[in-house]
Write a protein that binds this ligand. Structure first.
Ligand SMILES: [Zn+2]
Length: 204
C-alpha cells in the first residue's frame, strides 16, 4: 500500500529509521452515533515512534468525514463517485450541473469536503429520475453523453427508450448478458445507491 516515496520517509524523531504506514482503529462520535474509523499512522522501524505526517493526517481527516456523511445520511465520497459515474458525467460536467465550483466533485468524492444537504438531494433526484437530469442539463446547457450519442436520432420514440431501459434493468437484476451489461447504463428503475454500487463494482 505504501508508495515508494512513503517508504523513503525518514523518521524525524531519530533521524535514522524509515517510516512505514500502519493502520489502527479510532473511535469517533458524530451526532450521538459512535463508530470506528481507520486511523493511519506512520511508525518508525528503528525507534518505534508513531506519527501522523501530512499524508496520514489527510487520510484520517477523510475517514472521519466519510463517517460523518454516513451518520448524516449523505452520500459518501465513494457513493458520490458511483452516482456521478452512473449518470455518465465527468466531474466538470457534474459541477456545471449541480454547482459547487470547478473542483467540487473531486473534493466530495475524496471526502475532503461534505456536500450540502441540498446538493445531496439534487443528485439523488437526478439519479432516481433521469428526466430530472435531462431537464437540469437543458437549463444549464450541458450536453449529456447519452444525448450527444443520440443527437442524430431525433425520432427515437420515448416508448422505445423506456422499453430498452426496462430490459437493461431486468438484465442487470437477473445478472444476464454480462458482456452487454458492461456497456449498459445502470438500472434507473432501481436507483438506490447500493444497487448502483453493486452494478459499478461488477462493471469496474
Ligand atoms: Zn525513529
Amino acid at each position: 500500500m505504501a508508495t515508494q516515496s512513503e517508504q523513503q520517509r525518514v523518521c524525524p524523531v531519530c533521524g535514522e529509521g524509515s517510516l512505514e504506514q500502519r493502520i489502527d482503529t479510532h473511535i469517533v462520535e458524530h451526532a450521538g452515533v459512535r463508530g470506528s474509523v481507520p486511523l493511519y499512522l506512520a511508525q518508525c522501524a528503528a525507534c518505534g515512534s508513531e506519527l501522523a505526517p501530512a499524508t496520514e493526517a489527510k487520510m484520517n481527516k477523510r475517514a472521519v468525514i466519510t463517517f460523518r456523511k454516513r451518520v448524516d445520511g449523505l452520500l459518501t465520497g465513494a457513493e458520490m463517485r458511483a452516482a456521478r459515474a452512473s449518470m455518465g458525467l465527468t466531474q466538470a460536467q457534474a459541477a456545471a450541473l449541480f454547482g459547487g465550483g470547478k473542483v467540487a466533485f473531486s473534493r466530495y468524492e475524496n471526502d475532503d469536503v461534505t456536500q450540502s444537504e441540498a446538493m445531496d438531494s439534487l443528485i439523488r433526484l437526478c439519479l432516481s429520475q433521469p428526466a430530472n437530469l435531462r431537464e437540469l442539463a437543458r437549463r444549464k446547457g450541458v450536453v449529456l453523453p447519452g444525448e450527444a450519442r443520440n443527437a442524430g436520432k431525433l425520432f427515437d420514440s420515448l416508448l422505445t427508450r423506456n422499453l430498452r431501459d426496462i430490459k437493461h434493468s431486468l438484465d442487470v437484476q437477473l445478472g444476464l448478458g454480462s458482456s452487454e451489461v458492461r456497456h449498459a447504463q445502470p438500472p434507473h428503475t432501481q436507483p438506490s445507491v447500493s444497487t448502483i454500487q453493486a452494478w459499478w463494482k461488477r462493471v469496474a
